[in-house]
Design a protein around this ligand. Structure first.
Ligand code: AMP
Length: 547
């Protein structure tokens, strides 16, 4: 027997229709490339995304076409999110921090039909234009009077001209909710990048899941500033979740330094934010230098790589900001787990609560997870047994774009398919996941595993350490041993012996790194994560004192 409820496909256009109609006056504030602040509203974004959708249709864009963006977090990028997916085309957000050769490769692999870009990225377009034959038009996201007259490279169209020439009368088309909505290439450290193709259904369900109180917990009362870029897994879904919740959205554009962010947090009364751990370093340093405090900022999601416990404590104790540690990946839209206390934790002493909050957390409804041994057998959830992490759910990928890399799923003995994340960790009896490493980064010492994240977290708690990475280097007896690579805080000194002694009593003795290297900076990848592959290459021949 069928239920007798209305059937409405879960389409991304329903999010902007909801936000425009029911929270139309709520503000969207953007820092533009030109440096000024621009103010609009959900109602205006709804109208302009319809004009843009009409412009795309007039340009000849058809459902399934890939429309690329190379852009910062801003209102025009937000309009593209809704206009492109809304008409059944696929929004392909490209990370501008990649090398132009990689960008050209991605554009050609995706066979992008149009490419929209911010003025900052004119040089990228000049570098790749002639190499990307599928791109029929290049649209500069700016006003007519700011169009360059001397730009090298392909013919440019102007974003605001497209909007001006189009009507805002449009009924969003209704189609199958499993239609592709957006495309994001993973920053794969080996081999070519692979595309993750999200659907309308997966994006809307993820927006629901992300909004829940134990996930991001966003409501109409929030002012949300995504530091995470709109080219990194759809800014962790925030452009969708913010529309669903009807909250104020503050988009920081290219200005991600401590001062610019702090000014925006204060002036726009930001209550909630999201970003990878490295972005908070600059903001925290700037605020400490000037003795500043936050007046409205209360909560942030930190994920994308392990958030050092020292950062959780600093934000909490010194700045009154609750950190929600989250884990996920591009292939998961990206949210998998978030770390909030359960009712039974509320009476624990604060220190024990903080130890729970340092973990990557509990799955949110929609995602299921397992940890397995190398033969695929389930490991106990005892907070100790470390295994490979598998996940499944309606916003978890089943296959890469164009079937690149074959079928990635593994099937369990009940015939159920799981996505192998490539992460390793343990799960405790309460269902809280702790990631101990990326499987490629695990240090294999004498047949045992050493998790690099634990070693990095301890070093990061040292008062003189700004950043720390731990990598495996070859060892004649133990196969691999840990090497600690450290960036010291400005004006702080610490010796190799001090740092190694700092591990005493905090971990098993044999986990202690064999050596320390001091560097001026640690290379970061295109999404702000430490580039351990580069570090391993650099220190491949490093001679450990124990070797
Ligand atoms: P990406 O697809 O670029 O977002 O990268 C996903 C990967 O980042 C995951 O598979 C993890 O290895 C890592 N990652 C994300 N969040 C965390 C976290 N909270 N702790 C540790 N690693 C994380």
């Amino acid at each position: 027997m069928q239920g007798l409820m209305m059937s409405a496909p879960l389409l991304i256009s329903s999010l902007i229709e909801h936000a425009g109609r029911h929270n139309g006056a709520t503000e969207i504030v953007s820092r533009r490339v030109e440096g000024d602040l621009h103010r609009t509203s959900w109602g205006e974004v709804q109208r302009r995304s319809k004009r843009l959708a009409n412009a795309l249709i007039a340009m000849g864009v058809v459902p399934g076409d890939r429309i690329a963006t190379i852009a910062w977090n801003g209102y025009r990028h937000l309009e593209l999110y809704y206009a492109v997916s809304g008409i059944g085309a696929v929004l392909h957000t490209i990370n501008p921090r990649l090398h132009p050769d990689q960008i050209a490769w991605i554009v050609n692999h995706a066979e992008d039909a149009r490419l929209f870009f911010d003025a900052t990225f004119v040089p990228i377009v000049a570098a790749i234009g002639a190499r990307c034959p599928t791109v029929a038009s290049w649209v500069l996201m700016t006003d007519a009077d700011r169009m360059p007259t001397d730009a090298q490279g392909p013919e440019l169209a102007c974003y605001e001209d497209l909007i001006d020439a189009s009507s805002d009368r449009l009924a969003w088309p209704v189609f199958d909710e499993n239609t592709a909505s957006s495309l994001c290439y993973t920053s794969g450290t080996t081999g070519n990048p692979k595309g993750v193709l999200y659907s309308h259904r997966s994006s809307v369900l993820h927006a629901f899941g992300a909004a829940m109180p134990d996930a991001m917990g966003i409501s109409a009362g929030d002012s949300v500033l995504p530091v995470v870029p709109m080219f990194h897994v759809n800014a962790w879904g925030l452009p969708y979740t913010a529309a669903l919740a009807g909250c104020k959205l503050v988009l920081p554009g290219p200005a991600l330094d401590g001062k610019s962010l702090y000014d925006l947090f204060e002036n726009e009364k930001v209550t909630f934010s999201a970003g990878v751990p490295t972005v908070w370093l600059g903001l925290i340093n700037y605020m400490k230098q000037h003795g500043f405090a936050f007046s409205t900022f209360k909560r942030t999601i930190i994920g994308g790589s392990a958030c050092p416990p020292a950062m959780i404590r600093t934000l909490n104790d010194d700045f009154g900001v609750e950190v929600v540690h989250a884990w996920g990946m591009s292939e998961m839209s990206p949210l998998g787990t978030t770390c909030k206390l359960a009712n039974r934790h509320l009476t624990l002493p604060r220190d024990q609560q903080l130890r729970i909050l340092e973990k990557q957390g509990h799955v949110i409804y929609g995602v299921d997870m397992r940890i397995v041994d190398p033969d695929g057998h389930d490991l106990p959830w005892d907070g100790e047994a470390v295994g490979d992490l598998l996940v499944r759910g309606p916003w978890v990928m089943r296959e890469y774009f164009k079937a690149e890399g074959g079928d990635p799923l593994v099937v369990d003995e009940d015939g159920v398919s799981w996505f192998p994340t490539g992460d390793v960790g343990h799960i405790d009896a309460d269902g809280y996941l702790q990631i101990t490493d990326r499987s490629k980064d695990v240090i294999k010492s004498g047949g045992e595993w050493i998790g690099s994240i634990d070693l990095e977290n301890i070093a990061m708690a040292h008062p003189s350490v700004l950043m720390a990475a731990v990598i495996a280097v070859p060892h004649p007896k133990w196969d691999e041993r840990p090497l600690l690579i450290v960036v010291r805080k400005p004006d702080r000194d610490v010796s190799r012996a001090d740092l190694l002694a700092y591990y005493d009593g905090k971990i098993a003795k044999w986990w202690t790194p064999d050596d320390v290297v001091f560097v001026d900076s640690i290379p970061l990848g295109a999404t702000g994560k430490m580039l351990k592959t580069r570090l391993r290459d650099t220190y491949r021949d490093h001679r450990l004192p124990t070797a």
